[in-house]
Design a protein around this ligand. Structure first.
Ligand code: ADP
Ligand code: ADP
Length: 229
């Protein structure tokens, strides 16, 4: 079943006299449990659609069906609840709170999520059992990103959104982070959507949505995505 269905999603920004079309009638879907990649160069419109899918922004027109509900029609209040409970976020530069330990960072996210998982268990699952009491500055980049993934997963979200999750990591560390995201989608059946400009990530995804100049240019389904590790 499709977990995400984007239907004719258009986002325009008004800049004085000018109108910028950041997303131009996007159409794509992502099935439950898939690892999908939105691939495109800088300025293509990736962040715009990610922000819309994450409930941080709304499209100018079109439908954003998540689990068959149109979040484009949500009120601010509904969007806040959606961001807290239904979506997990992973960022390029981890966005961990520096003066909280790994475990405390995860606990912070679960505080407002009703279906939250036990922080310790999730940190063990991402391989950080020995690192729970460390502060972000004491962890390598790959470890910090795994804390960030644990933080996102601990909310037990149905949808995980990742913005250039390997962008700040070296090749090998990035591969381990991608493997973790692949496991999240395939073993936990959670839908994962990554935005990136890095074409090297595409072979590992189940679905690649290539965008450029605000439009979807190509959608590829990988029947046999490269499994990592
Ligand atoms: P990407 O993430 O692929 O680099 P974005 O979604 O950030 O692309 O941007 C797509 C286009 O929309 C760009 O031309 C960008 O300048 C424009 N844009 C993004 N956000 C805004 C905004 N808040 N106001 C005006 N223009 C914006
Ligand atoms: P990378 O190999 O990604 O550059 P680092 O060299 O920063 O990573 O760290 C390598 C290992 O040392 C990691 O397991 C990290 O957790 C640990 N480490 C780094 N700095 C500290 C610190 N200040 N206290 C405890 N452990 C640390």
């Amino acid at each position: 079943a499709n977990y995400v269905e984007v239907v004719n999603a258009t986002k325009q920004y008004r800049m004085g006299e000018q109108t910028i079309i950041a997303n131009d009638a996007l159409n794509f879907s992502v099935k439950q449990g898939e690892l999908a990649v939105i691939l495109g160069p800088s300025g293509a419109g990736k962040s715009t659609i990610l922000n819309i899918l994450g409930g941080m922004d709304s499209p100018t027109s079109g439908q954003i069906l998540v689990d068959n509900v149109d979040i484009a029609a949500f009120s601010e209040r509904q969007l806040t609840a959606y961001r807290r409970t239904d979506v997990g976020f992973v960022f390029q530069f981890y966005n961990l709170v520096p003066n909280l330990t790994a475990k405390e960072n995860v606990e912070l996210a679960t505080a407002v999520a009703p279906d939250a998982l036990d922080p310790t268990t999730v940190l063990q699952e991402v391989g950080l059992a020995q690192r729970m009491d460390n502060f972000p500055s004491q962890l390598s980049g790959g470890e910090q990103q795994r804390v960030a993934i644990a933080r996102a997963l601990a909310k037990n979200p149905k949808l995980l959104l990742a913005d250039e999750p390997t962008g700040a990591l070296d090749y090998e560390t990035g591969k381990q982070v991608l493997k973790l995201l692949q496991d999240v989608s395939h073993k936990r059946n959670q839908t994962v959507l990554i935005i990136t400009h890095n074409a090297a990530i595409a072979p590992m995804a189940d679905r690649v949505i290539r965008i450029n100049d605000a439009k979807v240019r190509e959608i590829t389904e990988n029947q046999t995505p490269v499994s990592i590790g």
